[in-house]
Design a protein around this ligand. Sequence first.
Ligand code: SAM
Length: 275
Amino acid sequence: MATLDGLPPLRDVIQRHGLDARKALGQNFLLDLNLTQKIARTAGPLEGVTVFEVGPGPGGLTRAILSLGARKVIAIERDARCLPALAEISEHYPDRLEVIEGDALKTDFEALAPEGPVRIIANLPYNVGTQLLVNWLLPKAWPPFWQSLTLMFQKEVGARIVADENDDAYGRLGVLCGWRTTSQMVFDVPPQAFTPPPKVTSTIVHLLPKATPLPCDAEKLEKVTQAAFGQRRKMLRQSLKPLGGETLLLKAGIDPARRAETLSVEEFVALANHL
Ligand code: SAM
């Protein structure tokens, strides 16, 4: 039975190409094309847009992105077993899908980015996703080459990304994301939506770059957040001792008796700028 996009159901694709999910590659596939369309729609309008998709697997999300009118998808997939299935999608949408076999963590996305608007959409193993997110947030030049990031995470990681000061989940990731982006958790995806189901609930996080984030050196921001949240229960005069402790805090106008989780992103930026 054909699906709405005229390609075979994903269950058949997986069976025909022997794509049994491998745990080591964090493979939990989405087979419901209504759900993958919902995720792709979260990214915003796709007409005329080039989408980087990381980890397309058998192509459920890829198909959704293409069916919603993306000009082109550049997909990076580590598992060579998926390439024949992706080639079928490429044939169905001539000249609109380019698949690169490789490790997304070693891919220079900026160098691959064409002229025109670029969005990034991915359903990835969460540890790879977190590292990629950090990489996408750290380029020297800002605004970055991408217009939006729409990424699947474990819900607990999503909460860390969108956290503000005084939230339990607030930490280095929240400060980094809050510095350069606005972010929101858009909707949850339950374990049973995946094949095989993971242990925990996932969530879709959507991030937009701030046009003019506060000027700050990313490495210095990393340094202060690492030291401050490395000992998050301690007062900052103690946890920031190696970086100047009380003197640094007073220069930045921050009470040395406060704890890391109470500092706003702006206050962390002030600390980094006084390092
Ligand atoms: N996007 C598909 C979907 O939604 O059904 C597959 C999602 S599955 C959670 C993660 C995919 O990322 C797998 O296809 C896996 O092979 C791929 N992957 C894992 N690590 C990767 C990496 N470092 N670089 C590129 N792809 C990777």
